[in-house]
Design a protein around this ligand. Structure first.
Ligand code: FPP
Length: 261
């Protein structure tokens, strides 16, 4: 969606010395930007705080990321909030995160209404506590008609499980005679992933300096440009977002070919 230039300029006023809106080509904003929000725990520990305070602070960064994405005219924003492996964390932290997801969603719903952001979830929501599932469903229902931007939150998400699930769905259709083995192609798999219908990410941002994909969108990231920042997630802000977009726009994307696109 085309950005509102007036709101965009106001949002990026008071730029720091090394980056400003002028460094970005607004005509070439990545369509889908995805985030691995990492470093909440270390951010808190560095301040002598409980890890939970890092997650609470991380909500502020996520809110800024949503608003920033809308201002820039990004079509799809996705973020990795909880992996299938995160259940291994201490029970207290898991409970806190589940509760935080629910309370945050309720608190932030007015922002989604105001900016016309459609919510979507990636992952197996069946395993989540009832409170969280109910609030997620409310978010889906209330924002289903919006089209300014899609915000896809990955919760209880694991990429290998997602691909295995797609393979199982296809196998069931073949077994039932509704699909032929020769119809199983890249599109058939894509349409059975949690991201069905969404464009693949153009840009993946990971905070806290880790150079890993951590079982996140392995299929969808095939040609995605990556930007890794040393900032912990609670320190991520609109200016680092602009630095990531600037880095993205400086890359030549060839998709395996030879011509810059
Ligand atoms: C990574 O930091 C962050 C998470 C596992 C949770 C992400 C959650 C939020 C950003 C909070 C708000 C989200 C929503 C949707 C309300 P980490 O704990 O892995 O940090 P560490 O690597 O320093 O331990």
């Amino acid at each position: 969606m085309q950005p509102n230039m007036e709101k965009l300029g106001a949002y990026f006023a008071d730029a720091p010395s090394d980056i400003s809106l002028q460094d970005i080509d607004i005509a070439r904003i990545p369509r889908h930007v995805s985030f691995i929000m990492d470093g909440n725990g270390r951010w808190a520990q560095a301040r002598g705080l409980d890890r939970s305070k890092g997650h609470v602070a991380g909500v502020d960064s996520l809110r800024e990321t949503v608003t920033c994405s809308v201002r820039l005219g990004v079509d799809v924003l996705s973020a990795y909030a909880f992996s299938t492996e995160n259940w291994k964390r201490p029970q207290r932290e898991v409970n806190l995160l589940m509760h935080l997801f629910a309370t945050t969603l309720v608190k932030e719903l007015p922002l989604f209404h105001q900016e016309h952001v459609r919510l979507r979830f990636l992952g197996d929501l069946e395993a989540l506590p009832a409170e969280t599932r109910e609030v997620f469903q409310r978010g889906l229902d209330e924002t289903a008609g919006y089209d300014v931007m899609t915000f896809a939150l990955a919760v209880n998400y694991g990429s290998r499980a997602e691909i295995a699930r797609a393979a199982r769905l296809i196998a069931e259709e073949v077994a039932a005679g509704r699909m032929r083995p020769e119809d199983v192609d890249v599109d058939a798999v894509s349409q059975r992933l949690y991201t069905a219908g969404l464009p693949d990410p153009d840009l993946l941002v990971r905070t806290s300096g880790e150079l890993r994909l951590s079982n996140y969108l392995l299929w969808q990231l095939a040609y995605t440009e990556m930007y890794v920042t040393d900032l912990f997630w609670p320190d991520f802000d609109r200016w680092e977002y602009l630095r990531a977009v600037r880095a993205f726009q400086g890359r030549g994307r060839r998709y395996g070919g030879v011509v810059n696109s």
